[in-house]
Design a protein around this ligand. Structure first.
Ligand code: IMP
Length: 425
């Protein structure tokens, strides 16, 4: 697995941080290609927990270069805080971090507009992380966004900011009736960000080209998950980027041939945070139990996650979209102690059974899960490191997932720590 992509197969929060950290071991480069500080990748090293929002999870590995690709939306303030936080813990951040000069800048007005947009949506709000993601990608698509490279060019920055701030202030003041932003203050701030981040900002497209041509090993680190993809997810209840496989090519400037293996990260059950349909959600006791046992609270916002059984309709759809070759199953230990485990194998929509994922959210809202029941396991899997120690029923469960996703199991995670991992191949 020289150049491997690690992609969330559900609604994010599948435990990608741990899988990436684990697989980053022998990689020259760990590269992020989409999203921004809406992500929260939790990594536990020697019982110490780190949460990364922007910096790729390879930062803890000596000799690994971390690339933040052009497809990302970067909040300079939160990035600087993250860098400082890591340095304080003794983690080296220097020439091992490269930020694309074409990555988009999350500006303070984008964060404010994210919150204001949500507010006016009322009941229909998406439940965003309020990190400014949507408005930043909207600016990118409208071709008025600021890129990281603009922070290093005073004249360009001034001209672009003057133009965009007029529009943003009009919207914020006249439509929303809120206080706008002062140009001089914002301009100074942005220049300072540029100054501080200058050592890291570079042409990462060219860096990746050289690295791939030289045969370097790469781990492409996905953020969010397939079902949050702006094109293929549960629109409009999605994020504003492409966490799916295509995002790697557009978000880093590499050809498809630069990806050898695609690993799906699959949580052993399903969670979702924010609004939108979730067919296997359990709003009762079982969902509550999963939340508590699995510590299902957002790493970025602290919000309680919605929980439910595994959904194979989602996973088979994700498998097709991404071309998964391998699967990493996480949090299997959370299912310890259940007598029976339910798995959704199809939906019933308007009385008709289907295993095709419906694209329109009104259809998905009507989808009733059709379940099969598999036997649970009596002996806990928590902390198990060897395949032969996994109870037969737990093996049956993970094999069932793999068969349906038509991919091979790479590993099963049985706890938060690095070494609570069972390797399969
Ligand atoms: P945004 O990306 O902040 O605009 O949020 C859009 C939707 O994606 C909301 O439902 C968020 O809860 C969800 N979301 C964004 N990032 C993550 C993530 O890293 N994990 C899980 N859900 C996320």
């Amino acid at each position: 697995m020289k150049r491997v992509a690690v992609i969330g197969s559900q609604w994010g929060d599948e435990g990608k941080g741990k899988v990436v950290d684990f697989l980053a071991d022998d990689k020259d480069i760990v590269a992020r290609y989409s999203g921004g500080p809406n992500a929260g990748h939790t990594i536990v090293i020697n019982d110490k927990q780190f949460i990364l929002h922007l910096i790729p999870s390879g930062i803890f590995r000596e000799g690994t270069v971390c690339v933040m690709g052009n497809g990302m939306a970067v909040d300079p303030e939160s990035l600087l805080a993250e860098i400082e936080g890591l340095k304080k813990e003794g983690v080296y951040v220097g020439d091992n971090l490269l930020i694309s000069e074409s990555a988009h800048v999350i500006m303070p007005y984008n964060k404010l507009l994210d919150s204001l947009n949500e507010k006016i949506k009322g009941q229909k709000q998406i439940g965003t992380t309020r990190k400014g993601i949507g408005p930043t990608y909207a600016d990118k698509a409208s071709r008025v966004g600021l890129r990281m490279g603009d922070l290093l060019r005073e004249d360009v920055l001034r001209e672009k900011l003057e133009f965009i701030l007029k529009i943003k202030n009009l919207l914020i003041r006249e439509f929303f009736g809120e206080e706008g932003f002062d140009f001089d203050e914002l301009f100074e701030k942005a220049l300072l960000w540029g100054e501080r981040l200058k050592p890291y900002i570079t042409n990462t497209t060219s860096y990746m080209k050289k690295a791939v041509k030289e045969g370097k090993s790469v781990l492409y680190e996905g953020a969010q998950g397939t079902m949050l993809d702006i094109d293929h997810g549960t629109y409009p209840y999605v994020t504003s980027s492409n966490p799916t496989i295509g995002g790697i090519m557009t978000g880093l400037g590499v050809p498809p041939s630069a990806v050898d293996d695609v690993v799906a990260v699959v949580k052993a059950y399903t969670t979702r945070v924010g609004g939108g349909a979730f067919p296997t959600e359990d709003r009762g006791e079982f969902g509550e139990m999963l939340r508590e046992k699995g510590g299902e609270y957002g790493a970025t916002t602290g919000r309680p996650r919605r929980c439910g059984w595994l959904d194979l309709v989602v996973l088979k759809y994700a498998s097709w979209l991404n071309g998964f070759s391998k699967i990493a199953i996480t949090k299997l230990d959370v299912l310890d102690g259940f007598e029976k485990i339910k798995v959704c194998v199809a939906y019933e929509i308007d009385g008709e059974r289907t295993d095709e994922f419906p694209l329109h959210y009104t259809q998905l809202l009507k989808a009733k899960p059709v379940y099969v029941e598999l036997p649970g396991w009596k002996k806990p899997v928590k902390g198990i490191r060897k395949r032969e120690e996994l109870p037969k029923e737990a093996l049956e469960y993970v094999n069932y997932i793999a068969e349906n996703m038509e991919a091979e199991i790479l590993l099963v995670s049985t706890g938060a720590n690095r070494d609570h991992t069972v390797m399969f191949c």
